[in-house]
Design a binder for this molecule. Structure first.
Ligand code: NAP
Length: 291
């Protein structure tokens, strides 16, 4: 069994990005600039955005953080999105989700200029991805595909079962895995899927993106399968200083011995999600997607 080291791969990618930024700067081009809009004080969102800013610094990007209180109006937020769309110094920006209930996430995402949509959530980018045109691909699916590529995991003709059909993980990943560059045969499962255990057992590549800790048990995985665990649920723990622990969607101790490859939680998909946003920002700055 090979433990897929997302932390190591992400660190390598970060170095590659930093080297490209150095070349850009030395050639007199502008420094790539990522902006993040954060609404409210949700603990998870605060942490994610802090990481994004820190990651920018690590690779030599410029970053800006724009903060609003929970009571910001939809119109105020949309006006800021418009301002960022028009700001020539900003190459890409993200609006951290979730947003408070009185603001339509859909409206906000659709207001972002697709050329600056480094989260890859805008319908134009999703549509371009579906028909294999250059696009910003959302960070987690991009990171998973990059892990498979860098570990040289065979995907051609393999049965790939993805459990979870969210717009940010399961569904875009299913599209990428079925594309000609990857050539897997893909099944997307969800909470209404029948015979899920049997279906999972048929997978050569099993991706769990559910958000239910330790949902995938040993008897749901075939010998030699590749298992990608996307889940990250914070659960109480008396074994850590903080009193919390991150749990994946896979019961690791039971499943790992059966796998050819498996991602751990933490240290598997998570670091790849972080670095993928940097990758997209570099693409945006170099104008490589929308020429
Ligand atoms: P989501 O939007 O809540 O979607 C969960 C999906 O799982 C849904 O499609 C749901 O089916 C399906 N599901 C839930 N319970 C199920 C069950 N018992 N059997 C079969 N399918 C079931 O979640 P998400 O945003 O995709 O995130 C999934 C997990 O990945 C979460 O733990 C999240 O924290 C984590 N995550 C991690 C990263 C990372 O970088 N590591 C990035 C993104 C997300 P229905 O559609 O039928 O409801």
């Amino acid at each position: 069994m090979v433990l897929i080291d997302g932390k190591k791969v992400a660190a390598e990618m970060k170095e590659e990005i930093a080297a490209k930024v150095k070349v850009l700067k030395e050639s007199g081009s502008k420094t790539p600039h990522l902006a993040a809009v954060l609404v409210g004080h949700d603990g998870g969102s605060e942490t994610y955005v802090a990481y994004k800013i820190k990651d920018c610094e690590a690779v030599g990007f410029k970053s800006s953080l724009i903060r609003y209180e929970d009571n910001v109006t939809e119109n105020e937020l949309l006006a800021k999105v418009q301002e960022l769309n028009e700001d020539a110094d900003i190459d890409g920006f993200i609006v951290q989700l979730p947003l408070p209930a009185h603001i339509s996430e859909e409206k906000v995402i659709e207001a972002i200029n697709p050329k600056k949509d480094v989260d890859g959530f805008h319908p134009e980018n999703v549509g371009r991805m579906v028909i294999s045109l250059p696009s910003f691909v959302s960070a987690t699916p991009f990171g998973i595909v990059e892990l498979l590529k860098r570990y040289k995991i065979e995907t051609i003709g393999k049965n790939c079962v993805i459990v979870g059909r969210s717009n940010i993980v399961g569904r875009p990943l299913s599209i990428l895995m079925s594309q000609k560059a990857i050539n897997a045969t893909v099944t997307v499962a969800h909470s209404r899927t029948k015979n899920l255990e049997e279906l999972c057992r048929s997978a050569d590549i099993l991706v769990a993106a559910i958000g239910v800790p330790e949902f995938v048990k040993g008897n749901m995985v075939k010998d030699g399968a590749v298992v990608i665990d996307v889940g990250t649920t914070r659960v109480k723990s008396d074994q850590t200083k903080s009193g919390w622990k991150l749990k994946g969607d896979v019961l690791f101790d039971e499943v790992a011995p059966k796998c050819s490859y498996i991602t751990p939680v933490p240290g598997g998909v998570g670091p790849m999600t972080r670095v993928s946003l940097l990758y997209n920002t570099l693409l945006a700055a170099s104008g490589k997607i929308y020429k």
